[in-house]
Ligand binder design. Structure first.
Ligand code: PLP
Length: 435
């Protein structure tokens, strides 16, 4: 009988958190590390929202509350969804969760049995693939390619839909690509789901970056299309748009009250409730007009940084970077740099067990971190299945302009440092990582 239950071997991880140990090692050596790896805004939560939470605490609202979420917050979420997506939602269909990550696992546990097929974007948020495997479902990655600006159409999806498709995961704006699905693209996907999927199949629409859109784009959601509100689990929250990652405020709107009751039951089984004083601030985020000003300021900063970094990266020989339309990441193709530095050859030479754990982009990622103090995320961190032959890094622009400039300068220097890369692979660091 094994100590650890067998199912745990299927649970994946989010490397953005795992990389923390490597970064710490570099910091302990006195390196100054630029953290392009982080998926967290470099802005603080707004003072008017902090005040709501502390006042609620001072007033003693610090006990357990409704496991589905306090009614005023669920009502505020329902109103927000009604206003922004044009659909009627009752608070009984809303469940508050500690962040927008839990509804991913809740959805997989609620709807998906072993052997069911789940379609999810790749590259995509790694937690999708992690949960698909954990519940024993069949992973069906939907490949997003840079040549098509990381967009896909209903036809691409149609090629993957079968009788066994139980769940289709969408994420727009997307982490890590910054791609955004248009109203027309969503209309096509909605039509496909209505026509080709079983009525008990569900869409999971991850809209955590809903506020972070560039070039004047407005957020579009699949739930706005006919029949889709009754088939979609819509999830979002406060981490990104309101710069509240540590508050752990997220939510899901379920197709029916019965399905919402299951999410509530999972909350009861795992964490009872999200702290009520945080939820009061969560409601204020939607209701206080001061929030919109904060969001606009932050998104404008992300857009300015995007407009600087994309051309700057494209000037580095061997880097090709598309212009993201939303979220706060750039996702450059670094194959040319891997070629120049000899990363592909070095990757072929490392032991097979190490090769199974890394990729050429992963080796470049570690070289950038350990030798140039630039933390980034490699392509394989966003879904391993089908990632072969793709050589990308994700850089977060949730960093001040000075750090972004310094970071790109370091990447430029690293991209020419063939000798440095060879030395790195042979060094103690290289052996510890790839030996
Ligand atoms: N979904 C996507 C696409 C994300 O990028 C993230 C965070 O990085 C989450 C969900 C989780 O958000 P939260 O921090 O609110 O749990």
């Amino acid at each position: 009988m094994p100590l650890i239950a067998r199912r745990m071997s299927h649970l994946g991880t989010e490397n953005a958190f795992k990389l923390g140990d490597d970064i710490q090692q570099c910091v302990d050596r006195g390196m100054d590390v630029i953290r392009f790896n982080l998926g967290a805004p470099d802005f603080r939560s707004a003072p008017h929202l902090n005040r709501v939470a502390t006042e609620a605490l001072d007033a003693g609202r610090s006990g357990y509350c409704d496991p589905a979420g306090i009614l005023p917050f669920r009502q505020a979420i329902a109103d927000h969804v009604g206003r922004t997506r044009g659909v009627d939602v009752t608070p009984e269909r809303v469940v508050v969760t500690p962040g927008a990550k839990p509804p991913i696992g809740y959805t997989l546990q609620t709807y998906v049995d072993e052997g069911d097929e789940v379609i999810y974007p790749s590259p995509g948020f790694p937690i999708y693939e992690s949960w698909v495997r954990f519940v024993g479902a069949v992973p069906v990655p939907l490949p997003l390619s840079a040549d098509r600006n990381f967009a896909f159409t209903a036809d691409d999806l149609a090629a993957l839909v079968t009788e066994r498709t139980k769940l289709i995961i969408l994420c727009s704006p997307s982490n890590p690509t910054g791609g955004v699905l248009s109203r027309d693209e969503l209309a096509g996907i909605a039509e496909l789901v209505r026509d080709r999927c079983r009525p008990d199949a569900r869409v999971y629409s991850d809209e955590i970056y809903e506020q972070i859109l560039f070039d004047g784009l407005e957020h579009e959601s699949i739930v706005s299309h006919p029949g889709m509100s009754g088939r979609t689990v819509l999830a979002s929250g406060h981490s990104k748009g309101f710069a509240m990652t540590g508050w752990r405020l997220g939510w899901a709107v379920l197709p029916t009250e019965e399905e919402a009751a299951i999410f509530k039951r999972i909350n009861i089984n795992i964490m009872s409730c999200v702290p009520p004083f945080l939820q009061e601030a969560g409601a204020a985020a939607y209701e206080d007009p001061a929030s919109a000003v904060e969001v606009r300021t932050m998104v404008a900063a992300f857009e300015r940084r995007r407009d600087w970094i994309v051309p700057a990266l494209n000037e580095i020989p061997g880097v090709r970077c598309r212009t993201p339309k939303g979220a706060f990441y750039v996702f450059p193709d670094v194959s040319g740099v891997c070629e120049r530095l000899g990363v592909f050859k070095a990757c072929e030479k490392i032991h097979k067990s190490a090769r199974d754990r890394t990729t050429p982009a992963g080796m470049l990622q570690m070289f950038l971190l350990y030798r140039y103090g630039v933390a980034s995320m490699d392509r394989a961190s966003f879904g391993r299945i089908g990632a072969e032959g793709q050589h990308f890094l994700r850089l977060s622009i949730a960093n001040g302009m000075d750090d972004i400039r310094r970071g790109v300068g370091r990447i430029e220097a690293a991209a020419e440092d063939t000798r440095g890369f060879a030395e790195f692979v042979r060094s103690d660091d290289g052996r510890a990582l790839f030996g």
